[in-house]
Every structure is written in C-alpha cells, then in structure tokens.
Design a binder for this molecule. Structure first.
Ligand code: AKG
Length: 274
C-alpha cells in the first residue's frame, strides 16, 4: 500500500477529555480513545466475538469473504461498550444533536485479506449525522491490518474539491493496544488494510445516527443484521456528563481522564488513568 504511515503510536502520555475540545474532533473528523475499554472486559469480549462468528452466507446480505464477521449485537458487554462515557461523548461532539446506537457487529481481517480501498460510510441527511467507531479487541497495527484514515478528509475546505478517494498520500494507519476506540465521522476517508501476518485483529464496528434518522434506520435494520433494540436516545448539549445516560454511567467502573493536548492532526487522544 502506498503512502501509509503509522501515527499516534507511543503517545501514552497524550490524553484529553473528549468533551472538552469538540473543535479538535470536528476538525480532524476522528478521535482515538486510548484504553477506553476497561482491560478486565477484554477477555470476555474476545470470547464473545469468537462464539458469535457467523459465516458470510448466513447473514441477511453476504459479507466480504476476506473478513470474519461476528453477530454479537445482543451481548450485554458489547452493549456496555457501545455506551462507554468517553465514546458517547466523542460521538456527541461529532453528531452535535440527540443520537442513537444503530448497529454493532464484529469484524476481523483474515490472513492475507482485509484490504479495502479508501471509502466513506457516508452521512445520510446532513454532514455529521452519522458516526462510526472501531473498538479494537486485540493490539493493532501494520502487522495485522489496522485501519487507515485520512485526517480532515470528511469536509472539503471552502473552494476545494472533495477529497479524492484514490489519493493515499495522506493516509495514516493507526496502531495501538486492545481496548482503544477509533471514533470517526462517517464522511472521513478510511479503510481496512491487508492483514499480512494473520495475527488476530478482532474489532467492533459501531454506528451511531442522529435521532431524525431512526425511521429510515428501521426500514433497513433487518437487512443489516440488526436485532438489538435501538430505542434508547443519547442527548448531547456540549457537556460530557449530559451525554451519558445515568443508568449507564452508574453501571460502569469509575474512570478518570487525564487532560492534556490534542494529537498531531488536531484529533483528541484520550488515555484512561488506572
Ligand atoms: O475494520 C476496519 O479497519 C475498517 C472497516 C471498514 O471500514 C469497513 O468494513 O467498511
């Protein structure tokens, strides 16, 4: 692959609360939340992923053959991951209005597979109304097909043409540890990469939609393999705490977040303090 660099690696010191610098996330189009998933959840999440793997031809619509897919949206721990406070805060900053969890499934690039061209998942009615998140269950990087992104590619600057998806020169392949979460605007250019080693790279791919998209979401939910209840709403009014439903925050272990500085592309990188 041409022009892919590894960034945001040895930055365990870099930390920032997702809600304190919405402009940073909005400008970069993504946030990398380091250590967002409590470490003692990971074994259970990996076991759930493996238990729920479903072959491509058993999904309502066949899946990419160079990937392993896991139908795990009903699992309570997976649902808890989708509601982690920092994740909801970052999603709230990007969507900027009331939103809901629309989809979550497990994905893993197989040995020799996983390569995708840069693409957008695409917003629906307005830029910013759809946000994706990748939750890594294994350490990830160039050796096992970690995701690449093009920072800032979700919005063209005034007078500039939209980002050219064939241009790999600004692509950055993320790398990090199990438990990190990459949150991104659906219009950000991104893609899976070749998994050259076959080392495991289990992840959740989560999708959040702005509230007005719920009716259209319901029309296609079954085709997308969505079985979970999507009636819960998350409010965003520019404060981290208001983005977190009380029942979720009380169900989660206490978390402290260091506040420091944005990452190299203006994105926010948060680290959980043990
Ligand atoms: O898992 C990844 O690295 C990216 C997956 C993705 O963008 C997709 O399947 O559309």
């Amino acid at each position: 692959m041409v022009g892919v660099t590894t960034a945001a690696t040895a930055d365990t010191d870099v930390a920032h609360s997702a809600a304190t610098d919405g402009n940073g996330i909005s400008r970069a189009g993504y946030a990398l939340l380091r250590g967002a998933v409590p470490a003692d959840w990971l074994d259970e999440l990996r076991a759930t992923f493996d238990r729920c793997v479903l072959p491509s031809d058993q999904w309502p619509v066949p899946r990419q053959l160079s990937w392993r897919h896991s139908l795990l949206d009903l699992d309570p721990k997976v649902q808890a991951v989708c509601r982690l406070p920092a994740l909801l805060a970052a999603v709230g900053v990007l969507i900027g209005e009331r939103f809901f969890l629309s989809q979550v499934e497990g994905r893993e690039p197989l040995a020799g597979g996983g390569y995708q061209g840069l693409h957008r998942d695409l917003s629906a009615h307005r830029p910013g109304d759809t946000v994706g998140a990748l939750v890594f269950f294994d350490d990830y990087g160039p050796a096992n097909g970690a995701t690449r992104i093009v920072p800032g590619s979700h919005r063209a600057a005034p007078g500039e043409p939209p980002f050219d998806l064939t241009d790999e020169s600004r692509a950055v392949q993320v790398a990090g540890a199990a438990g990190d979460i990459l949150v991104f605007d659906a219009d950000l250019a991104h893609a899976g990469c070749l998994n050259p080693s076959g080392a495991r790279r289990r992840s959740l791919l989560i999708c959040y939609f702005a509230d007005p998209l719920h009716a259209s979401h319901l029309e296609t939910a079954r085709l997308r393999g969505v079985r979970m209840d999507t009636s819960e709403r998350f409010d965003f009014d520019n404060h981290l705490s208001s983005c977190i439903p009380a029942r979720c925050s009380s169900a989660l272990p206490a978390m402290r977040w260091a506040t420091d500085r944005p990452g190299p592309h203006g994105q926010l990188i948060t680290s959980r303090i043990p």
